[in-house]
Design a protein around this ligand. Structure first.
Ligand SMILES: [Zn+2]
Length: 235
């Protein structure tokens, strides 16, 4: 039996170097045996993690499907047609689209998952519009608002995911997106309510957002300021 000359850990004859500290094993009485069976696996098995992710996806699917099926069944039993239960089933389907693909996909991509979320929200709103007597709000209000919010979140997320903006530029991109989102919301709501638009409150949100974003952009571009901030807040 050999022991590491550096850290004293007990060593197997299959070890060429100490598995703990990496120092070479030197024992003339028990030389390194290449064919000896190693006491532990040489690599981590990724199968367990995959199984766990699929297991979480299955549990989530069951937890979401169960109340949806029960609601639709009760609704059908009591009134002979699916009415209010479709709101519940649709909302649970949205939660499924938001949560489960993340666990089903071994390498979840923000771009595709965000697109699926936007489509799910649009379909749910379409379902509500289809079931309500007055549904002209869908095309003039719900659709543009969802596309605007989803589009800004999608673009900002992709810029961060593909590292086109990084470090201190990330809060700048988020603030600029939030400012533009407010302007877009005011435009769409004004057009829907009054048929014309004049920007009012959203400017008071946009200007401070852009001002703070400009500060972050300046920090992101100046290495000396960046280093100073990192030192001060121990990043
Ligand atoms: Zn050692």
């Amino acid at each position: 039996m050999s022991y590491c000359v550096n850290c004293g850990v007990e060593l197997d004859s299959s070890e060429k170097t100490c598995p703990l500290c990496g120092v070479e094993v030197l024992n003339p009485r028990q030389p390194y045996d290449e064919k000896a069976e190693r006491p532990y696996p040489t690599r981590l098995d990724p199968i367990n993690e995959r199984i766990n992710r699929h297991f979480i996806a299955a549990i989530l699917s069951i937890c979401l499907a169960f109340p949806a099926i029960i609601c639709v069944a009760i609704n059908l039993f009591m009134s002979g047609k699916a009415g209010w239960s479709l709101y519940v089933a649709g909302a649970l389907a949205i939660v499924w689209v938001f949560a489960v693909p993340y666990y089903l996909n071994p390498k979840p991509s923000f771009g595709w998952m965000c697109l699926a979320d936007i489509v799910a929200i649009l379909l749910y709103l379409l379902l509500i519009a289809g079931m309500s007597p007055n549904h002209d709000w869908y095309l003039s209000l719900a659709l543009p608002l969802t596309l605007l919010c989803g589009g800004i979140v999608w673009v900002t997320g992709l810029l961060i995911e593909y590292r086109l903006v990084r470090d201190f530029a990330i809060p700048a991109a988020i603030l600029a997106g939030a400012g533009l989102l407010n302007v877009g919301i005011e435009l769409i709501v004004e057009l829907y309510l009054e048929g014309s638009y004049h920007l009012d409150w959203s400017f008071f949100v946009l200007i401070p957002c852009l001002a703070v974003a400009a500060i972050f952009v300046t920090i992101a571009r100046r290495q000396s300021i960046r280093e100073e901030i990192r030192k001060r807040i121990h990043l």
